[in-house]
Design a protein around this ligand. Structure first.
Ligand SMILES: C[S@@+](CC[C@H](N)C(=O)[O-])C[C@H]1O[C@@H](n2cnc3c(N)ncnc32)[C@H](O)[C@@H]1O
Length: 221
């Protein structure tokens, strides 16, 4: 099953976890704080899923700002729009497209980010460079990702995290990879965050949740 089919099929379950799962609210807040787009900014989320980050970004950009979500799975975009209509009668701006080939013009985007998505991209470093090009010099870029922890006290939970990654991958993913899905995700997440450091002069990096969550952000040079 392809990733867009998988996310379309699990869209409602994913939405419940994405909004009410343990710790996710704090992670989304940390991401919006790190992105720091400023009032009035236009912000694009790549791999937006059901739009769980939208309220956090809208709080950061205020009434004059705009949140745009891009995802390649039609099912999650449907739920994202429904959620917006139910919340304040505003379906929001959700666009179907590939995060690695943004279906957007670059003249008015102030900031962009990906949350829990770089681990799904075959070449995450190239995607981050594309996103940086889109916002251009002075634009803001941020990433929020999960990967196995390297912290000694927490490493005992890595096997459970490995199962979590496997359960959250489209069926057949493990067979199609040479390493475990968690190992592949670790490598992709590390590459993405390195790429952000390469394109941003002032990159910040922090870990949360015992080192399982990583947040990077910076201003494109
Ligand atoms: C784990 S979900 C994260 C959703 C959301 N960012 C959040 O914080 O809840 C990953 C999302 O990325 C989307 N995705 C993965 N690869 C993509 C790509 N190349 N282009 C667009 N969307 C992609 C999937 O369809 C899925 O909705």
């Amino acid at each position: 099953m392809s990733a867009p089919e998988f996310y379309t099929r699990v869209a409602r379950l994913y939405d419940a976890l994405a909004r009410r799962g343990p710790f996710v609210g704090g992670l989304r807040e940390a991401l919006a704080d790190a992105l720091d787009p400023g009032p009035g900014a236009t912000v694009v989320e790549f791999g937006c899923g059901t739009g769980a980050n939208r309220p956090y970004v809208e709080a950061a950009v205020g009434d004059g700002g705009t949140y745009v979500g891009v995802d390649f799975a039609p099912g999650v975009l449907r739920v994202a729009r429904e959620r917006g209509r139910a919340r304040d009668d505003d379906p929001g701006a959700f666009v179907r497209g590939d995060a690695t080939r943004p279906p957007l013009r670059d003249d008015r985007i102030d900031a962009c980010f990906g949350a829990f998505v770089t681990g799904m991209l075959p070449d995450p470093a190239a995607a981050v460079r594309t996103w940086a090009d889109l916002v251009g010099p002075g634009g803001r870029v941020a990433l929020l990702d999960l990967a196995r922890t390297t912290r000694s006290w927490w490493r005992a939970l890595n096997p459970a995290f490995r199962l979590f990654v496997r359960a959250g991958s489209p069926p057949g993913t493990a067979r199609s990879l040479e390493r475990s899905p968690a190992a592949v995700q670790d490598g992709r997440v590390a590459a993405a965050h390195r790429a952000l450091r390469d394109v941003c002069a002032d990159a910040t990096y922090r870990t949360l949740l015992g080192g399982f969550a990583r947040v990077s952000a910076g201003t494109v040079e």
